[in-house]
Design a protein around this ligand. Structure first.
Ligand SMILES: C[S@@+](CC[C@H](N)C(=O)[O-])C[C@H]1O[C@@H](n2cnc3c(N)ncnc32)[C@H](O)[C@@H]1O
Length: 309
């Protein structure tokens, strides 16, 4: 399995299946609050040339007819979609072309991590090569060198598929790109041991370091795609809070305020909201073997808006 296949399998088996099963709960707890934040931010951007939607998936759920957010997006001349999956881009474009028959809608397949998600996936899944009794030794070794490894393997500057965008909205991609590795890791661990939670607790710090690196890289990459005075909004989950008392919460970053404090040259934070509580507590997930990924939880989601000088 490589990253691209692993994330497609996660999307198919978890995200898309849950989107269908939890349609109302997700709409109320996630997409409606995101639409509210986005429409406020879009209204404050005078230039309406191009709206870029990153990580739209097959459904492009932020665009919903009849909402103020829809009316704001409608004012843009062009809509450009970016995602790693061409299949999802084609599906999203088809949906949006019906909603905006006269608008210029285009897309680009694009890996926002420029290969680092593949590196992370390979590093985490390679922990299973070798004797299971020495698994923790391998995790500890990786842990003590991880920041250096990730920084050394940082992606080169990518050639951006877009330049001069007026508004870029990135939806739930940055921290998501590490999830397929965690999911496959938990699934593999649960085949051989009962101490899955204990072992996974040693892997979460690696995910947090990876997330910080990807968030910074993503922001600087988006900065290169943006016109002067253009705006970026990034929606990302910052904390996973379990409904059961005996499961510790998991933060996406070592510092929960990382998206506010991470500074990129020429791009500065303008506003944020970190109180969206995405309800992912559907009962149907309780019996799955990959518990930490699927046990009833809520995600605290942050919406961060940045402006280019
Ligand atoms: C969790 S889904 C969210 C989809 C959509 N925003 C939604 O809420 O339904 C993550 C999306 O990011 C895309 N994606 C995953 N890894 C990516 C990467 N490295 N670069 C760009 N897009 C990626 C997936 O194909 C998927 O469409």
């Amino acid at each position: 399995m490589n990253y691209q296949n692993a994330q497609l399998s996660y999307m198919q088996n978890v995200h898309i299946s849950d989107t269908n099963l939890c349609e109302d709960a997700w709409k109320i707890s996630l997409y409606a609050p995101l639409q509210k934040q986005l429409s406020k931010s879009l209204a404050s951007q005078p230039c309406k040339n191009s709206f870029v939607y990153i990580g739209c998936g097959p459904l492009a759920p932020i665009i919903e007819k009849g909402t103020p957010c829809f009316s704001e997006i409608e004012k843009y001349n062009r809509i450009i979609l970016l995602d790693i999956s061409e299949t999802y881009l084609l599906q999203a474009k088809k949906r949006l072309s019906k909603l905006f028959p006269d608008k210029d809608i285009s897309f680009h397949t694009y890996d926002i991590t420029n290969g680092l998600s593949e590196v992370f996936y390979n590093l985490i899944t390679s922990l299973f090569n070798g004797n299971s009794s020495t698994f923790l030794d391998r995790v500890e070794y990786l842990n003590s060198n991880f920041e250096e490894i990730i920084n050394r393997l940082s992606p080169d500057i990518n050639f951006p598929p877009i330049v001069g965008a007026s508004y870029i909205y990135s939806e739930l991609v940055a921290t998501y790109t590490g999830i397929p590795a965690l999911f496959d890791c938990e699934s593999e661990l649960s085949k051989n041991t009962e101490n899955v939670e204990l072992l996974l607790a040693h892997i979460f710090p690696l995910w947090q370091i990876y997330n910080e690196r990807i968030f910074s890289y993503h922001l600087s990459d988006l900065g290169r795609m943006l016109a002067a005075k253009g705006k970026i909004s990034v929606a990302t989950d910052v904390e996973k809070i379990y409904c059961q008392n005996n499961c510790d919460d998991i933060a996406s970053f070592r510092k929960v305020d990382y998206p506010i404090t991470s500074s990129i040259e020429g791009v500065s934070i303008k506003s944020f909201d970190q109180e969206i509580m995405w309800d992912d507590s559907g009962q149907h997930k309780y019996n799955q073997s990959v518990h930490l990924n699927t046990l009833a939880h809520v995600h605290r989601v942050g919406f961060y808006s940045y402006e280019k000088a």
